[in-house]
Ligand binder design. Structure first.
Ligand code: PEP
Ligand code: MN
Length: 260
């Protein structure tokens, strides 16, 4: 099946040219978002990510800035002319997001939230659909179908690792899912080595493996001070680390490894 291309602001995902998405796990403040956006743009990142509604394992952990975070994303995307992607966890979070973001993310924990998927099928906004950590590739493609069935075919998939018996990584990056989801679903696929591994020391080999498998882009978490991050610090790159890895990935992408 031919892979469709999906337009996100001025960026095309799935058009044969690899795309880098990067940003903080959670939007924490205007200052941190600006710092990251400036570094991202300078490093060749074409889409900024940042969570405002955070699906945290513990209800006592930082839950995100909510609507306030959306407004910060809106402000920063205008200031830096960069499209942004942010997660929604519930149908009532879609409306406040529409005017503030360029792409809506469905996280791994909500891949099976069928009312949410159907509602996203009825909006005019591209959707980044992450794979559930216990979902088969077929279940993931069927989740995408819930969005497409309602009329929105601007779906991009994101492989972010599945849960296995291996404790040295947070999840296990399923490389087979990249060519299979592209071939059998016809959607562009982004690889997220940050959530797949949970550790910043192996992001580069995982990202390169993703590109070798045909991924249409890579999504990375970054933080100005990873040790102080309010979520996912252990897997977040520092700003100099982002600049270095982005440079390497962009060079690899320019060699056409992501074309198929
Ligand atoms: C995220 O992107 O910050 C996130 C929560 O990812 P996932 O849903 O893949 O765990
Ligand atoms: Mn995260």
């Amino acid at each position: 099946m031919e892979v469709r291309s999906v337009q996100v602001g001025n960026v095309t995902i799935g058009g044969g040219k690899g795309v880098l998405i990067a940003g903080p796990c959670s939007v924490e403040s205007l200052e941190m978002l600006r710092t990251i956006a400036a570094a991202a743009v300078k490093s060749g990142v074409s889409i900024l990510r940042g969570g405002s509604f955070k699906p945290r394992t513990s209800p006592y952990s930082f839950q995100g800035l909510g609507v306030e975070g959306l407004h910060l994303l809106d402000r920063v995307r205008r200031e830096f002319s960069i499209p942004v992607v942010s997660e929604v966890m519930a149908v009532d979070q879609i409306d406040p997001s529409l005017g503030c973001v360029d792409m809506i993310q469905v996280g791994a924990r909500n891949m099976h939230n069928f009312p949410l998927l159907s509602a996203l099928g009825r909006v005019d906004k591209p959707v980044l659909l992450k794979r559930g950590f216990m979902a088969t590739i077929e279940e993931w493609l069927m989740a995408a179908e819930y969005i497409v069935k309602e009329g929105n075919d601007r779906v991009v998939l994101c492989e972010r690792g599945i849960r296995t018996f291996e404790p040295w990584t947070r999840n296990t990056l399923d490389i087979s899912a990249v060519p299979l989801a592209r071939m059998l679903g016809g959607y562009p696929v982004i690889v997220d080595p940050s959530h797949a591994s949970g550790r910043r020391d192996i992001l580069e080999p995982l990202a390169l493996a993703g590109l070798a498998a045909g991924a249409d882009g890579i999504m990375l978490e970054v933080h100005p001070d990873p040790d102080k991050a309010l979520s996912d610090g252990g897997q977040s790159l520092s700003i100099p680390e982002l600049a270095q890895l982005a440079g390497r990935l962009l060079r690899r992408m320019a060699q056409g490894d992501n074309e198929s």
